[in-house]
Design a protein around this ligand. Sequence first.
Ligand SMILES: [Zn+2]
Length: 297
Amino acid sequence: MNVIHRESLAPGVTRLSTDASLPRPHLAICGGIHGNEPCGVAALRWLDGRLADAPTWVRAGTVLLANGNLRAIAQGRRHSEGGVDLNRIWDFRYQTRLVRDAWAYEHARALELAPVFEDVDAVLDLHSSTSASPPFAICNAAPGSAALAKHMSVPFVVEQWISLENRVLTGHLAQRSIPAVVVECGAHQAPSSLQVAQQVSQRFLAHWGLLQEPDETPASDTTRFVRIAATLTKPSERFRFSTPIEGFQKLSRGTIIGRDDFTELKLVHDCYAVLPNDQVAPGDDVLYLAVPSSTST
Ligand SMILES: [Zn+2]
C-alpha cells in the first residue's frame, strides 16, 4: 500500500482506506457528538494526519473518521443553540412524533450520520465529562464489545446502562449487532483527555490489527467492570451536591449526596459515582450510581 484513498462521505466525515476496493475491516471513530468535548475532535484530526501516511498502516483496512455535531462543535456547546442532545435521539422516534418543521439541526444530522455507521465492523465514540474522572469505557450489547472495551486498557468498563438504551449511538448500533464502545476520556479541558483519546483510538485500530499498539503496555487485567444500578435526576433548580464529587469516586452507604430545600438524597448502598454534574437542568441526569458487575471477578 503506497497511497491512502481518501473521500468525504458526508459533511465532517472522512473515509480513509488502504485500497480503492475498501477492504475490511471497516472501523469508525466518532468525536464531537457533544460539541463541548474537544478531545475527540482533536483526536480525529491527529488520526487523520497519521493515517494519511501509508507506512503507518500495519495491514489493509478502512477507517471512517466522523465529527458528530458540527454546529455544536463550532459553537463550543453540548448541543447547538436551541437544539437537542445528538446522543439521545438514535431511536429516531422523532421521525413519527415530531413534524419536520419542528426538527432541530441534530434531528437532521442524526439521519445524515446513520448511513455512515450502517455497514461498519466496530465503532469507537470519544467523549469527555464536566467533572474530573479517570477514563472509562462503556460497551454496548453487541458480541465482541466487552472484549473491545477491555482492550482500551482504561480503569473501568461500564457494561450495562439500561436507562440510555437505544437513544445513544452505541445502543442504536447494538440493535444491528455492531460492537461499539464509548470512551469517556476525562474532563473537557484536561490536557490528559486528549492523550487518552489518542491512545484509545490507536488501541481500537490495533485491536483489529490496523495499527501498532501504542507504546504504553496495556494493563487491561486491572480493568474493573461495573454496571449502572441507578440514575438520579436533578429534583429542582436549587439541588446541589453536599460536597464536590468526582467521577468514579467511591461513595459509602449513608452518604448524603446532595439536597435542595425539600429533599435530601442519602445512599443505602456503597457505589461509584459516574458522570456527576449538579449544574444540569432540573429533570436531567445529575448522577449515575455504579456497582461492580457480576462478570467482573
Ligand atoms: Zn459526551
